[in-house]
Structure formats: C-alpha cells, structure tokens
Unconditional design. Structure first.
Length: 101
C-alpha cells in the first residue's frame, strides 16, 4: 500500500496545470453562451417553430442573461488568479528539474 506524500511530482504538476486550463475553458464557454444569448435578436426564432420551443428558448436566454453580471464580476479575477497559479506551477516544475540534476 502506498502512502500519501505532500510533495508534488512532475506528473502531479502537469495534471494540475491541465486541470486549471480545463477550468479556464469552462469559464470561457459560459462567457460565449452569455454573449451569444445577449446578441441574439428577439425575432430570430422562426415563425413555424412551436410556441413551447420558443418559450424554452426564451427561458434559456433569460437564464444566461441573469448570470451575466455575477459571472463577469468574478470571471476577470478568477482568470488573473489562474494565470498566476499556472506561473507558480511552471516555477515549481523548473525548480524540481533543477533540483533533480
């Protein structure tokens, strides 16, 4: 049975870096959806579309627009923090490579 160690291996740092990148991408996807819904004109839904579908699209649009203010207020700060965290990971990887020489 292996024991838990608080030190990071190079593989751990790579995985953490990838996880942060995936998390950043999820935030970007939300921003894309918010902007798409914000920029969608009200009259873009086809006339022959069933009313139930139109209502669902309107609800979806309302949902994303309601999230815009909260999301944008935290998105920039989170992006800056993740950039700094990724820089720290790169520094740790560099230090680990130097120490292994």
């Amino acid at each position: 049975m292996s024991s838990l160690d608080s030190s990071f291996t190079s593989e751990d740092l790579n995985l953490l870096f990838e996880a942060i990148t995936e998390w950043e991408n999820r935030g970007s996807e939300m921003l894309i959806w918010i902007n798409a819904m914000k920029n969608m004109p009200d009259d873009t839904l086809p006339d022959d579309m069933p009313e139930e579908v139109k209502e669902n699209v309107k609800k979806l649009r309302k949902y994303y627009l309601s999230k815009e203010k909260d999301f944008k207020s935290t998105h920039q700060l989170k992006a800056e923090r993740s950039t700094l965290l990724k820089a720290k990971i790169i520094m740790q990887k560099t230090d680990a490579a130097i120490n292994s020489l």
